[in-house]
Write a protein that binds this ligand. Structure first.
Ligand code: BGC
Length: 252
């Protein structure tokens, strides 16, 4: 029988989940997606997560991993990107565990996506430092060194030219400023060049919905490290959260 775990990916616009085969990284159920409740307040988000868990076909023993757009420390969400500010400093793990009556594993969304790409996707088998970046409403980042995830890197907020550079180089910034691929690539060059100067990674993996258009902008970047598109796309968070939850259970 396949080893299964549940992954839930909480985002500013949608919350999605599926059961994952944690040996292959494949989804073993359809993905369920629901809208994030307006305001994305803790209790309302927990209700949607519970509704998704109810709909998934599972035996009730699968580990549950939840990824979330925040710094996660000891089960608390220490920041809040595109969700209610009520999450800041909030004991999110206890909220979800009480609501679901089950233990859960809570992890930053980019960390989950990066771990999934390293285990099953674009960075599989790559050693050295891999920097995962998700280009969406913000810039999420994950550091994985020789397969070991170093959690809570917030390199999307690096200050460049005096500004939090996620506000310049995220996909939302491209849309907001109506940038051509070429103009956006100039900002990406500045961003990735800066990260490269600080960390000298072996590989950058670029995720987020826009990564399906990677041919439009990745070839315009000039870096020493390889820079490649993510392969798990929209499922990376779900898969990584599930895999990390299963790892957490094994370690207990
Ligand atoms: C947040 C990160 C998150 C990323 C992607 C950033 O604004 O600070 O914690 O991983 O957005 O959602």
């Amino acid at each position: 029988m396949a080893a299964l775990a549940v992954g839930i990916d909480v985002g500013g616009t949608g919350i999605k989940g599926a059961v994952v085969d944690i040996d292959s990284g494949e989804l073993s159920t359809d993905r369920i997606k629901k809208s994030t409740p307006v305001g994305a307040k803790p209790d309302d988000v927990a209700d949607v997560v519970a509704a998704i868990i109810d709909e998934l076909e599972m035996t009730n023993n699968e580990p549950i991993g939840i990824c979330f757009p925040a710094i996660i420390r000891h089960g608390r969400t220490m920041s809040a990107a595109n969700v209610s500010k009520k999450w800041i400093g909030f004991d999110a793990q206890t909220l979800f565990e009480n609501r679901l009556a089950r233990p859960i594993h809570l992890v930053n969304d980019a960390d989950a996506a990066g771990y999934a790409e390293q285990q099953f996707g674009a960075a599989k088998g790559r050693n050295g430092l891999v920097v995962m970046t998700t280009l969406g409403t913000g810039i999420g980042t994950a550091l994985i060194n020789d397969g070991v995830l170093i959690v809570n890197a917030e390199l999307g907020h690096l200050e460049i030219d005096g500004v939090d550079y996620e506000t310049k180089a995220s996909y939302a910034a491209k849309e907001r400023d109506d940038l051509s691929w070429k103009h956006w690539a100039k900002r990406l060059q500045k961003y990735y060049g800066h990260v490269e100067a600080l960390l000298s990674p072996e590989l950058f993996v670029v995720g987020g919905g826009v990564s399906k258009h990677h041919e439009e902008f990745l070839p315009l970047l000039d870096l020493q490290a390889d820079i490649i598109p993510a392969t798990l796309r929209n499922n990376a968070g779900i898969i990584g959260a599930a895999k990390l939850a299963a790892r957490d259970v094994e370690r207990r």
